[in-house]
Design a protein around this ligand. Structure first.
Ligand SMILES: Nc1ncnc2c1ncn2[C@@H]1O[C@H](COP(=O)(O)OP(=O)(O)O)[C@@H](O)[C@H]1O
Ligand SMILES: [Mg+2]
Length: 237
């Protein structure tokens, strides 16, 4: 589903050269839930931005679903992001003047769905994560946990190939964080590919694969059995 080879990202500003990613080889299979861990400044967000085509690497390869992204134009990348990816950020990134349902419907309208289709899908997506009673609330009228759930509803409303999340629980209390992780686990069970950055080990451990970044390099990669695999393993054949 997604492969990176010798991925390098170096920021250059005037005379200041900051190497941030120093050659990352990475692979995520379709349907996999991957957590990327590491201390602050390790390069986690930078790595996520390269993989999710929000930023261009200095060198190296990113292949997504068999497409070598190096050859894509900026416009092709934008289309890819809109249609194939969903994003969840630490600060929810909701538009403050739009209601929950309008926030979720907006990217669907941008993809060319008509109003009825977009609003039906948006309402369904919010309903699936138990926010059916909050459709017409503004972000300011919602708790942090609810806002993050709206942002997840927005990220998955168009059934993206890959859901990218950058520290989705960083601003939330334990209960809301757990609720967010339960939604991710549910989506994963339904086959959603998820790549999540977190510095919270407790949540990273829930993922199927755990990549540890330090100083712009992968220092470990651990594969866990999925919950589904564990259950299957317990079943007599
Ligand atoms: N636009 C930029 N210009 C220069 N340095 C940057 C830029 N973005 C990030 N960095 C540096 O790259 C390093 C990794 O940042 P980041 O990927 O945000 O780390 P993490 O998400 O793991 O906390 C940090 O030292 C940060 O200061
Ligand atoms: Mg970060």
């Amino acid at each position: 589903m997604i492969v990176t080879r010798n991925l390098v990202r170096t920021y250059v500003k005037g005379d200041v050269v900051t190497p941030v990613l120093k050659g990352i080889d990475f692979e995520a299979q379709e349907g996999e839930f991957v957590a990327i861990m590491g201390r602050s400044g390790a390069g986690k967000s930078t790595f996520l931005y390269q993989m999710s085509l929000l930023d261009d690497p200095t060198s190296g390869e990113i292949v997504i679903g068999g497409h070598d992204t190096h050859h894509m134009s900026a416009q092709q990348k934008m289309k890819f992001r809109l249609e194939k990816f969903g994003y969840v950020f630490q600060d929810y990134a909701l538009l403050p003047d739009l209601t929950a349902i309008e926030n979720v419907a907006l990217p669907l309208l941008m993809q060319g769905l008509d109003r009825i289709e977009a609003y039906t899908k948006a309402g369904d997506s919010l309903g699936r994560i138990n926010l059916g009673h909050r459709l017409y609330s503004l972000p300011s009228q919602l708790s942090g946990g609810e806002q993050q759930r709206v942002s997840i509803a927005r990220a998955v409303a168009h059934s993206p190939k890959i859901l990218f999340a950058d520290e989705p629980t960083a601003n939330l209390d334990n209960i809301s964080s757990r609720a967010v992780m339960d939604i991710f686990l549910d989506l994963h069970k339904q086959g959603q590919t998820i790549i999540m950055v977190t510095h919270e080990e407790e949540y990273a451990k829930l993922a199927q694969k755990l990549i540890h970044l330090d100083d712009g390099k992968v220092i470990s990669s651990v594969q866990h059995p999925t919950m589904r695999d564990v259950k299957d393993a317990e079943k007599p054949i």
